[in-house]
Write a protein that binds this ligand. Structure first.
Ligand SMILES: [Zn+2]
Length: 141
């Protein structure tokens, strides 16, 4: 096998290489110190973020923009995702505060036994909020 080219190394690093080609390249790297050195240099210079940055940054900026200015029209898919994230965060907060409440109530066993399940209450409230979000979305369609 000939020495590895820069193209081969970048194909290897970006994992766009055939499995058999990859094995041959790895085999060569094991035996050839000069190519292994080239490989290390290429790896140090390799930054997959450069190839991602363009569209990825745009998408992130769009999402942030939607959240800062919710009156702007957004695709329903995106809005659904934001609602989902908000609901997930809300559920977490409610669950954590619910657990915290239960821990406090645990100190007073009598009261704790008589009180309705706090977690159940929280779940009902979260579902109501989710329904409210869905209805709000339907109006906007
Ligand atoms: Zn070599």
């Amino acid at each position: 096998m000939k020495h590895l080219t820069e193209t081969q190394l970048s194909a290897y690093l970006s994992e766009t290489m055939d499995e058999s080609e990859k094995l041959a390249l790895e085999h060569h790297l094991e035996q050839c110190e000069s190519c292994f050195h080239d490989y290390l240099t290429a790896m140090e210079e390799w930054d997959p973020a450069i190839t991602l940055s363009g569209s990825f940054t745009d998408e992130v900026m769009t999402v942030i923009g939607d959240q800062v200015a919710p009156s702007q029209p957004a695709s329903s898919k995106k809005r659904m995702w934001i609602n989902f994230s908000a609901a997930a965060g809300l559920t977490l907060i409610l669950t954590v505060s619910g657990l915290f409440h239960e821990m406090v109530s645990f100190a007073d066993q009598k009261e704790f036994k008589q009180a309705p399940s706090i977690t159940e209450k929280m779940m009902t409230q979260t579902n109501e909020l989710l329904d409210g979000m869905k209805k709000g979305d339907d109006k906007n369609e």
